[in-house]
Design a protein around this ligand. Sequence first.
Ligand code: RET
Length: 243
Amino acid sequence: MNYLLNLPFVAKMAPNDYVGFTFFVGCMAMMAASVFFFLSMNNFDKKWRTSILVSGLITFIAAVHYWYMRDYWADTGSSPTFFRYVDWILTVPLMCVEFYLILKVAGAKKSLMWKLILLSTVMLVTGYLGEAVFRDQAQIWGLISGIAYFVIVYEIWLGSAKKLAVEAGGYILKAHKTLCWFVLVGWAIYPIGYMAGTPGWYDGIFGELSLDVVYNIGDAINKIGFGLVIYSLAVSMTAKEKA
Ligand SMILES: *C/C=C(C)/C=C/C=C(C)/C=C/C1=C(C)CCCC1(C)C
């Protein structure tokens, strides 16, 4: 009927289509978060605006990709792996930039930012190779990706980023700690999705889960959560400076 009337085709969504549902809700949540971050920028002093802008860019880039992924899933019923990784390769480095931006007050150098960006790129490129290109070697690519992930965790929890956060102290240290927890716990959701969606020794453990549902939950928690940590840091620092 749609075809005969030449109307745009809108796919139906089955009530038990959790993947489709989480793509849809994820898209809306990312859009709402972006509007929130962008509109709140003017409440803050110039030095916080870049951080809030980056928070908004992260959720905005995700919103656009979720729009496409939602469509792709509705049309094909398969995982939009390509769009997923394009989203991540843009947004995860921006999350690394957030670490750098809040530690800049304590003298963080650009090299810290580039180190984190490089590690996150290795983590994502190897993950993509395992998930999309060399699926029968998913375990080994996942392992390499996991090592890069652990180096990031080390760097922010115990390495030079940690030292800078301690030097800065106060609200900065608190925000840094919270972001560290996001990376340790929130980012650990992703390897679970990967194991659910690729073949390996872990088949019997995570095989029942849907890779896309797990990734979608991870994205909502991490992208919006990260942004809110930065937002509340800016609120606290602004209040402190006024007092
Ligand atoms: C907004 C998107 C975020 C925060 C994406 C984060 C993605 C990861 C931390 C992915 C990690 C992976 C591993 C540690 C091993 C298996 C392959 C990946 C890429 C899923």
